[in-house]
Design a binder for this molecule. Structure first.
Ligand code: NDP
Length: 445
């Protein structure tokens, strides 16, 4: 980054947000991509758009006390970062994981601004969460935590103000408990959360949306470069919501998924991972991925973080941030991988991205490639507003056309600013421009 103006903006962010490396990483990546645009648009500098964009509109931190099954009081910390509402109500998921602290929530909220803008739907950017770990907790404990979390958060959210959703550790069970508590507190049945159960306002295809959307985006990127999923070997990290449905769609499009993981280790099945077995282990039994060997003894299980050593054509990181480091990226290249598309948020370190770009790999950045989840949440909001439900096929078809349009926007923005094929720069520029124009039009606020 050469622009002194951008370096000054970044220096202020670093000074204001000490000890938050993930947030600084996300801001740095976006500012770097915006350099050619900022040179061409002095009016955006004049309007202070960037200085405002990197400072959240509102940050809420609160105590979440709850009682465990032994009658003991436990205390977690809750967060909601309402980052930007220039183009619509705040929108973004809730992450429940012990690693959660304010820097993680800020990085995710910042990314969400551009992602939501790319979807073409009217949604601002936000993120929330807690350092609560649902793993190993009983349903009763999870319910009491969720009720306590919403007992504070309810006053800050609403169908036309801020609409939270799921993320790591927050699936249908948690959203159900949160929705129930919200309804009880405000005495209104509104679309305040997305990812709801189908019997109380959820959208068909929302569960599948992020994974399916990732494959639709990847399919477009492959097609634009004369390739397809057909007969390709795919490796997917994670075995949660995004990973599961990425596997399902990639397989439907003709690929073979040979490896998946969880936070303990990964499985390698050269015959193709049996997704029904993964769903049973992760969605029903809530167990560890190594259980796969009980029903598939010819597969391999490896403890630890080694999944990127498995040779593949296409890599789909769908677990967590900074999952692919420089050495992993180099290993992927060495083993013939030519395409990385991100289902998780910021799963590749800046050094890994440098390796992808230096080796002319097709690289689909998270804020574009995984935007299908929030896009379908936007469709859930629309259905709630009109009190109507579309069929699975209708939602899936809308999702598919949104992902095609996201790829086209990234491609076009990259070409316009002289970075053809750099879909990361294209995503940052296209996502930013819409928000920036809205912020400028709304004056200094
Ligand atoms: P889930 O909780 O359903 O699954 C997360 C998966 O990642 C699990 O397999 C989990 O393993 C693994 N994982 C989590 N943390 C770590 C870690 N520190 N190291 C290694 N593995 C880890 O979450 P989702 O599938 O919903 O989310 C996955 C990613 O996709 C996240 O980055 C999320 O922000 C992003 N995303 C999700 C969307 C959605 O609609 N769900 C939308 C857009 C992005 P284990 O079971 O051992 O914890």
């Amino acid at each position: 980054m050469k622009s002194q103006y951008l370096l000054d903006v970044l220096a202020t962010v670093e000074k204001r947000n000490p000890g938050e490396p993930e947030f600084i990483q996300a801001v740095t990546e976006v500012l770097e991509s915006l350099e050619p645009l900022i040179e061409a648009r002095p009016d955006l500098v004049e309007a202070g758009v960037l200085e405002r964009l990197v400072e959240p509109e509102r940050q809420i931190i609160f105590r979440v006390p709850w009682v465990d099954d032994n009658g003991k009081v436990q205390v977690n910390r809750g967060y909601r970062i309402q980052f930007n509402s220039a183009i619509g109500p705040y929108k973004g998921g809730i992450r429940l994981h012990p690693s959660v602290y304010i820097g993680i929530i800020k990085f995710l909220g910042f990314e969400q601004i551009f992602k939501n803008s790319l979807t073409t739907l009217p949604m601002g950017g936000a993120k929330g969460g807690s350092d609560f770990d649902p793993k190993g907790k009983s349903d009763g404990e999870v319910m009491r935590f969720c009720q306590s979390f919403i007992t504070e958060l309810f006053r800050h959210i609403g169908a036309d103000c801020d609409v939270p959703a799921g993320d790591i550790g927050t699936g249908g069970r948690e959203i159900g408990y949160m929705f129930g508590q919200y309804k009880r507190l405000v005495n209104e049945f509104t679309g305040v959360l997305t990812g709801k159960g189908l019997s109380f306002g959820g959208s068909l295809a929302r569960t599948e949306a992020t994974g399916f959307g990732l494959c639709y985006f990847t399919e477009e990127m492959l097609k634009a470069n004369g390739k397809s999923f057909k007969d390709q070997t795919v490796v997917i990290s994670g075995s949660g919501n995004v990973a599961t449905y990425a596997n399902q769609k990639a397989t439907a499009l003709g690929a073979k998924v040979v490896a998946m993981s969880d936070s303990n280790g990964y499985i390698y099945d050269p015959n193709g991972v049996d997704l029904a077995a993964i769903k049973q282990i992760k969605e029903v039994d809530r167990k560890r991925i190594k259980e796969y060997l009980i029903t598939h003894p010819t597969a391999e299980y490896h403890e630890g973080h080694g999944i990127w050593s498995v040779p593949c054509d296409i890599a789909l990181p769908c677990a967590t941030q900074n999952d692919i480091g420089k050495a992993d990226a180099e290993l992927l290249v060495k083993n013939g991988c030519y395409c990385v598309a991100e289902g998780a948020n910021m799963p590749s370190t800046p050094e890994a991205i440098e390796v992808f770009l230096a080796n002319n790999m097709l690289y689909g950045p998270a804020k574009a490639a995984n935007a299908g989840g929030v896009a379908t949440s936007g469709l859930e909001m629309s259905q709630n507003s009109i009190r109507y439900g579309w069929s699975f096929e209708e939602v899936d078809q809308k999702l598919h056309s949104i992902m095609k349009s996201i790829f086209a926007s990234c491609d076009e923005a990259a070409r316009t600013y002289g970075m053809e094929g750099n879909y990361m720069a294209g995503a940052n520029i296209a996502g930013f421009l819409k928000v920036a124009e809205a912020m400028k039009a709304q004056g200094c606020c």
